[in-house]
Design a protein around this ligand. Structure first.
Ligand code: TPP
Length: 629
């Protein structure tokens, strides 16, 4: 049946009796393709009926459907003619794991940073109104997790004020982000979940008294059950939004009825759907940690994931637990990503010193500032790409106050599979401009533990530590020290570091890129290009010893896993200019582009960040220089 669905019009044509079969086929395909490649299985299993209902009631793309975060849009893809693409989900050249404007006219938004859908919807609805396209409804689907983000509330505040904007906001409430969603809103929503039978009471009360806050207040005093039920509704209605719900999000017909009612209002309305993450696939439903939010490849029969081996996150996680034992002023903050950032171990060891703030990176940083003002040393662990959200908070609320906050950036550099928005390629550029901030980039697990210790020792300002996704790099021992930098290699035949003749190239390997510098150095040496490799460890501020070291070489090359513009390479060039060192500097990093999804290794190879590519480009640069002389 799924094969016959080429677009929403085919979904509309199906009889009500046929829909359970369609839902079943969708779930089968979701499990099959996620088992093969990994993917956002749990969230998608939870929105099967909801998505079918959306496409039966609304008229996409005339009625845009905007998916918040976008990780739950697989079913939408399946219903908009992309089933065959699931053979290569998230693979190079294959379907993206998020909505993609290049893939379909049914996809409007592909930013997968959370809590933006309502703002997009607000703007789309305003544009349609200005253009006189009054028949169009904008649908925004947002999870209870994404609803913890401040942007969602900024948008609600605006949408509510525009009474005639036809925006249908479907709150997909499964009670979870990765882990259970936290916070006051979440507990309001969950009280509504467990008290569904009070819905009748609510209807009765509404009939009798209408929407009069003072009477609700009086009622709050009378009956806790009633309060639990009406609080979320009142919360939305007090903002000026209509509210329909709660609806069983797995009852397709009930969802259709609610959505039709909502569409009829021709104004902003919340449709509150209750769903279960992982629905219909037992290993996901039973998975305590995150109900298969985003597993890697797994065995379909058992749900067992392929082992990942030891990853960078594990090293951080374990060292932070050790540090937490030594220092009771250390506290940790996560923005709804307790397990993915490895903070779960810290949380288990020191349950009083962990804060899950929801998908609220901005709040995370300023709350960390408050904790630091109060005498704590917070460690805020976020994925590198999500730090962008909290730049101003890091700059003004933390750094301006010279507060000892350590920000740990996981998934820094090319991450690959999740596409453009998930690459951690901005942090080393934006962090360069923050006064007083110190930034460390470990090249291997030993350096990660060493630098994390150094970072939390800094008491007069913020520190950042960044490391990539995936298996932790093998230990690469230093052969010497230059200031605070590790010397990893001196030109062949000269282990003491004294030079018989002038060495040619100084390779500065930022963190894990030191490894490919070492590979390149072997190739360069083999061609008679004498190569030194250093790892600065701390890339901001840079070590002054770089200037005299550079002066002894004919070419300096800086290699980093970050966008090239304004990052460490540019900082090295500036340092040398300021020190009147006129040795040419080449910078190697990620081109300043939005990179399509593919495996990390494939992307690094495409953009020339491999030992071989580096050696080739440096050989050419050296040859050009020799010619010029
Ligand atoms: N921070 C930002 C700004 N964007 C993100 N995408 C994330 C963190 C990582 N993230 C992706 S999905 C998700 C998080 C924290 C949980 C979303 O929960 P919810 O909106 O309830 O959707 P569900 O997966 O439960 O359907």
């Amino acid at each position: 049946m799924l094969g016959s669905v080429k677009g929403p019009q085919d979904v509309k044509r199906l009889t009500v009796e046929e829909l359970p079969r369609l839902a079943g086929e969708i779930r089968d395909l979701l499990v099959d393709s996620c088992a093969k490649y990994g993917g956002h299985l749990g969230p998608n299993l939870g929105v099967v009926e909801l998505t079918i209902a959306v496409h039966r009631v609304f008229d996409s793309p005339a009625d845009p459907v905007v998916w918040d975060t976008g990780h739950q849009a697989y079913v939408h893809k399946l219903l908009t003619g992309r089933a065959s693409g699931f053979d290569a989900l998230k693979q190079e050249g294959g379907l993206s794991g998020y909505p993609s404007r290049a893939e379909s006219e049914h996809d409007f938004v592909e930013n997968s940073h959370a809590s933006t859908a309502l703002s997009y919807a607000d703007g789309l609805a305003k544009a349609f109104k200005l253009r006189g396209e009054r028949d169009r409804t904008v649908v925004a689907v947002i999870g209870d997790g994404a609803l913890t983000g401040g942007m969602a509330w900024e948008a609600l505040n605006n949408i509510a004020a525009a009474k005639d904007l036809p925006v249908v906001i479907v709150v997909n409430d499964n009670g979870r982000s990765y882990s259970p969603t936290i916070g006051g809103l979440a507990s309001h929503l969950s009280s509504l979940r467990v008290n569904r039978h009070y819905e009748d009471v609510l209807e009765y009360v509404k009939d009798k008294i209408g929407n009069v806050p003072v009477l609700y207040d009086a009622l709050h005093g009378f009956k806790k059950g009633v309060k639990d039920v009406i609080a979320p509704q009142v919360m939305f209605e007090d903002l000026g939004l209509k509210y329909v719900g709660p609806i069983d999000g797995h009852d397709e017909q009930a969802m259709e009825a609610a959505l039709r009612k909502a569409r009829g209002f021709r104004g902003p309305v919340i449709v509150h759907a209750l769903t279960r993450k992982g629905r219909g696939y037992a290993p996901a439903e039973d998975h305590d940690e995150d109900q298969f939010h985003s597993p890697g490849a797994f065995d379909r029969a058992t749900g067992a994931e392929k082992p990942k081996g030891r990853i960078w996150t594990n090293v951080f996680s374990e060292e932070l637990v050790r540090l937490g034992k030594e220092r009771d002023d250390l506290v940790a903050i996560t923005a709804a990503m307790l397990h993915p950032t490895g903070l779960n171990a810290f949380a288990e060891a020191y349950p009083d010193r962990i804060y899950d703030v929801g998908i609220a990176e901005q709040h995370a940083l300023t709350s960390a500032a408050g904790l630091a003002l109060g005498g704590m040393h917070p460690v805020v662990a976020v994925y590198a790409t999500f730090l962008n959200r909290a730049f101003d908070q890091l700059l003004m609320d933390v750094a301006l106050h010279r507060l000892p906050v350590t920000v740990v950036l996981d998934r820094a550099g090319v991450t690959g599979d999740d596409g453009a928005s998930h690459n951690g390629m901005w942090d080393l550029s934006i962090l360069q401009v923050v006064p007083g901030l110190k930034v460390a980039v470990p090249r291997d697990g030993d350096r990660l533990t060493e630098l994390l210790r150094e970072a939390v020792e800094v008491s007069d300002g913020p520190t950042v530590l960044r490391f990539p996704k995936g298996p932790v790099a093998e230990t690469l021992d230093a052969v010497g020290r230059l200031g605070e930098m590790d010397v990893l290699r001196v030109p062949k035949g000269d282990p003491e570091g004294g030079h018989e003749s002038e060495p040619d190239v100084l390779l500065v390997g930022v963190g894990p890129m030191a490894q490919i510098c070492m590979e390149a150095a072997v190739l360069l040496d083999a061609q008679g290009i004498a190569t030194t490799v250093v790892d600065p460890r701390w890339v901001k501020p840079l070590d002054e010893a770089l200037a005299p070291a550079a002066r002894q070489h004919k070419l300096v090359a800086v290699v980093e896993d970050n966008g090239r513009v304004g990052a460490v390479g540019d900082a090295v060039a500036r340092l040398l200019r300021d020190a009147d060192v006129d040795v040419p500097v080449r910078t190697f990093g990620i081109p300043q582009e939005f990179l399509d999804h593919a495996k990390r290794a494939a992307i690094l190879s495409r953009i020339g960040l491999t030992g071989q590519d580096l050696a080739r480009q440096i050989t050419e640069a050296v040859a050009r220089r020799a010619q010029a002389e």
